[in-house]
Write a protein that binds this ligand. Structure first.
Ligand SMILES: [Zn+2]
Ligand SMILES: [Zn+2]
Length: 633
């Protein structure tokens, strides 16, 4: 008995505390504990936990199978690993036979493609890739192969039937061929067929690798982003592609498909913070061990496909996040492709030295870097991004080395009401909202971009309000100019008869730190200090290279910058931090901020306005230097 639960898995996103919004800790006795002391029982937590245990079982089988074949390649025969892997696979085959005989899962949400072992066919496809890879690996062993008998073949053919039917529903009936589900269905198709062939059985004769190539052609934009523009789903789809291509020859890939994959890898390398941390734009987990393992697998497979994969810093950051608890599976995934790696992952030669700023034209993300590549600003001015998009147009995310001051906050597991109730909303993002309403789903526009400057606008994010954000990166600081203007200056959304009516709209720019923040008013302006670490504890050593961030803030109109407790990133929604909302009540506002890491170099910021509004921003530094910045009109 290896401990495979004899139960259907539900939906893993249900494994979240309804009170705190935190992902639950591993089962303890009959309870599913939350880190804040909650002890939850029953459904949907029990079925969600079963997903985790089935995934852990498949990962264990895959780890043991690869550890066995790696040892064997070095002349060591470890029968214990092999035999335990075979036992896990055989037990899953037994459980699957019982469960599949009872038909489709009845736990599925109405929008889901149903599975049998799991509520969702997508979960079944992801699990099938892990298990079938273990089977294919074990099948290379003359002793293991005969032990993987009829029930295992039935498991593989049963899973193949489920994903084939899901593909028909999704791609043909629903005409949704760019869905990220399709990438995983296709990865499961190639992996299940590979396992069947390894066991000496016929495959299903379908060109699953060709389908993977076709998906990449449809779902990946010219800038290399998966069309949804979410970092997590970009990784999710890239990982499916790399898994699906096991055993293929890199040089034999169609040139356009190889280029798309290279572009996808370059997106991650060019988006990452200086310390390799990936900004988690739009839906995706902020900081979650299974997601770090997914990133590590992408990095490990990418450097087998390209001899000079640019993901070194991303891989190092992922390994730091995983710490000593990593079981080593990804490091055993050698020889993934057949034949030599491709020579270049980037278009043209990879530049030596600090990375320059980057613009992703299709996804609408601009990354401005300081000349030394020690900190960066990410501006979101792209399409909404489908069901995984957030109402965060013109959001500004700030990352340092070893610290994320104002990161994209990600989302908690999807069953949490805080996903749609907070983290996907404008309220959670460092951008503009008016009258406390959410923005509308919309597409922003990048009006101008250079290595040191980006200007972006959004005309439809807020009804009747035009937004523009201009960022200028200098050697010393980042200048951030936000302009909001109501297109009908006589309009008044105040409640009729309200004694406090002012004849304007409440225009608010949000500051949304992930670190302890202090705010102090100084004359008509404010200073902010953003701690050098998430905990903000000055007695503890910050990460190497980590610095405080100093902000100076001044608006063109009378404003209130209100500090108040609120939520931090989505990995711990119950943790409170000081947030700030900067509000002008009127028809038009310019919010000007200057950010500098390390020391507070800004002495003052002077705003010069003409008849048509703000024209020049003068930044005065402590060392008496000053610079005039002409404001984009
Ligand atoms: Zn709780
Ligand atoms: Zn977001």
């Amino acid at each position: 008995m290896t401990g495979v639960q004899h139960a259907r898995g539900g939906w893993w996103h249900d494994y979240v505390c309804p009170t705190h919004g935190t992902e639950l800790d591993p089962r303890s006795g009959d309870a599913f504990p939350c880190r804040y002391g909650c002890r939850l029982t029953g459904e949907p937590f029990a079925s969600a936990w079963t997903v985790y245990t089935h995934q852990a079982g498949a990962r264990r089988a895959r780890l043991l199978a690869h550890r066995h074949t790696s040892a064997r390649a070095c002349g060591v025969v470890d029968t214990a690993d092999r035999d335990e892997a075979v036992r896990i696979v055989a037990e899953f085959a037994e459980v699957y036979a019982d469960i599949a005989a009872a038909g489709w899962s009845t736990q599925s949400e109405p929008w889901m493609l149903r599975g049998k072992l799991f509520a969702q066919a997508l979960t079944e496809a992801i699990w099938a890739v892990q298990l079938a890879d273990a089977v294919a690996e074990l099948a290379t062993d003359d002793m293991a192969r005969p032990a993987l008998g009829g029930p295992v073949v039935s498991l593989l053919t049963g899973l193949l039937a489920t994903i084939t039917s899901a593909r028909q529903t999704l791609v043909v009936d629903k005409n949704d061929p760019t869905s990220n589900y399709v990438a995983w269905i296709d990865a499961a198709g190639t992996t299940l067929n590979r396992a069947l062939l390894a066991l000496g059985h016929a495959d299903d004769g379908q060109d699953w690798v060709g389908r993977t190539v076709q998906h990449a052609r449809l779902a990946i934009g010219a800038d290399g982003w998966e069309w949804e523009g979410s970092t997590y789903y970009h990784l999710f789809v890239l990982r499916a592609y790399l898994l699906a291509l096991r055993g293929t020859e890199p040089a034999a890939l169609p040139a356009d498909a190889a280029e798309r994959l290279a572009d996808m890898v370059r997106v991650l390398a060019d988006l990452a913070a200086p310390d390799g941390t990936l900004p988690m734009l739009h839906d995706g987990p902020y900081d979650r061990v299974p997601a770090h393992l997914e990133v590590l697998e992408v990095c490990v497979l990418a450097r087998q496909l390209w001899a000079d994969s640019p993901l070194g810093a991303v891989e190092a950051a992922t390994r730091r996040s995983l710490g000593a608890g990593h079981d080593g599976l990804e490091d055993l995934l050698t020889g993934w492709f057949v034949g030599p790696a491709l020579p270049v992952a980037t278009r043209g030669a990879a530049p030596a030295g600090p990375r320059p700023s980057a613009l992703f034209a299709n996804a609408g993300y601009a990354v401005l870097r300081d000349p030394g590549d020690t900190w960066q600003a990410v501006l979101d001015a792209g399409p909404h991004g489908g069901s995984h998009g957030h109402l965060d147009k013109l959001g500004l995310y700030l990352y340092g080395t070893g610290v994320a001051w104002q990161p994209a906050p990600g989302v908690p597991p999807y069953a949490s009401t805080l996903r749609r109730g907070y983290y996907a909303r404008t309220l959670a993002h460092p951008t503009v909202r008016v009258d406390d309403l959410d923005q509308l789903p919309t597409t922003g526009q990048v009006d101008d971009f250079s290595a040191t400057r980006v200007v972006a606008s959004a005309g439809d994010a807020i009804a009747g309000v035009f937004l523009r954000r201009e960022l200028v990166m200098t050697d010393d600081y980042l200048l951030d100019i936000v302009h909001a203007v109501a297109d009908d200056p006589t309009g008044d959304t105040d409640t009729p008869g309200d004694a406090d009516a002012t004849g304007g709209r409440r225009i608010t720019l949000a500051l949304r730190p992930a670190v302890p923040l202090t705010v102090t008013a100084e004359g008509g302006a404010w200073r902010t200090t953003w701690a050098a670490s998430r905990h903000g504890d000055p007695t503890q050593e910050p990460a190497p290279g980590a610095a405080e961030l100093h902000g100076f803030h001044r608006a063109t109109a009378p404003a209130v910058l209100l500090a108040a407790p609120g939520r931090g990133p989505s990995d711990d929604p119950a943790r409170t931090l000081t947030l700030a909302d900067w509000t002008v009540t009127g028809h038009e506002a310019w919010f000007v901020s200057v950010y500098a890491p390390g020391t507070a170099v800004v002495r003052d910021v002077v705003l010069h306005s003409g008849a048509a509004g703000l024209t020049i921003v003068t930044v005065l530094l402590a060392d008496e230097r000053s610079t005039d910045h002409r404001v984009t009109r």
